[in-house]
Design a protein around this ligand. Structure first.
Ligand code: ATP
Ligand code: MG
Length: 180
């Protein structure tokens, strides 16, 4: 499983459609302060289902939509797509290439797609559940996260261990089944 590309359109400072292609191996993102490095990482988190505007340095989710600049008008929509090579089926899907798309309009309307087919947020989250890549995983470590784990409640720490150990999925399925 490998990251192939990230496409941004109207997400934060990326007013113009931008495609980043990742080569095999390690990738570093460099640039001056304020050039959008963190915005790229946030786009990855967002398209994978992030629901906290605060964790994306905003007050409300619509803050991820390009807000305008001296030379450009604000946009009405943010769109991010991420493509994974899944030939080893590391992600729980029959597809050997998986493209996830998330769109958000200023009206509040939002949309998730997996390989072009509209789906629920849950489908996106399920894809990453127990993969070590999900919202609550350690694949992306932001500033302050380390302290949060060390200073967190024992129950929160336990949730972290359950995600790492791969039992979070079963726990969630059990809760869902019990609700029915
Ligand atoms: P640093 O090196 O300081 O960490 P960085 O490369 O990580 O910088 P980012 O934090 O990704 O930079 O980008 C910040 C820029 O993105 C700011 O100029 C900010 O105005 C712009 N930005 C954030 N949200 C939006 C938005 N919704 N619309 C337009 N621009 C935005
Ligand atoms: Mg930054």
């Amino acid at each position: 499983m490998r990251l192939i590309s990230l496409e941004l359109n109207g997400f934060k400072s990326f007013a113009q459609k931008t495609k980043i292609e990742f080569m095999p191996g390690m990738t570093g993102i460099v640039g001056p302060n304020g050039s959008g490095k963190s915005n790229i990482i946030e786009a990855i988190r967002w398209v994978m289902g992030e629901q906290s505007a605060k964790d994306l340095r905003g007050n409300k989710m619509a803050d991820v939509i390009f807000a305008g600049s001296d030379t450009r008008k604000p946009l009405n929509r943010a769109e991010v797509a991420i493509t994974f090579d899944n030939q080893d089926h590391y992600l729980n899907s029959d597809y050997s290439e998986i493209k996830i798309t998330r769109k958000l309009y200023r009206t509040g309307e939002s949309q998730y797609l997996i390989n072009g087919q509209e789906c629920r947020l849950k489908d996106v989250l399920d894809l990453f559940m127990d993969s070590g890549l999900g919202r609550e995983s350690f694949s992306i470590i932001s500033q302050g996260r380390v302290e949060a784990i060390f200073n967190g409640k024992p129950t929160d720490r336990r949730a972290v261990i359950e995600e790492v150990a791969g039992v979070a999925k079963y726990k969630k399925n059990k809760t869902t089944a019990e609700k029915r």
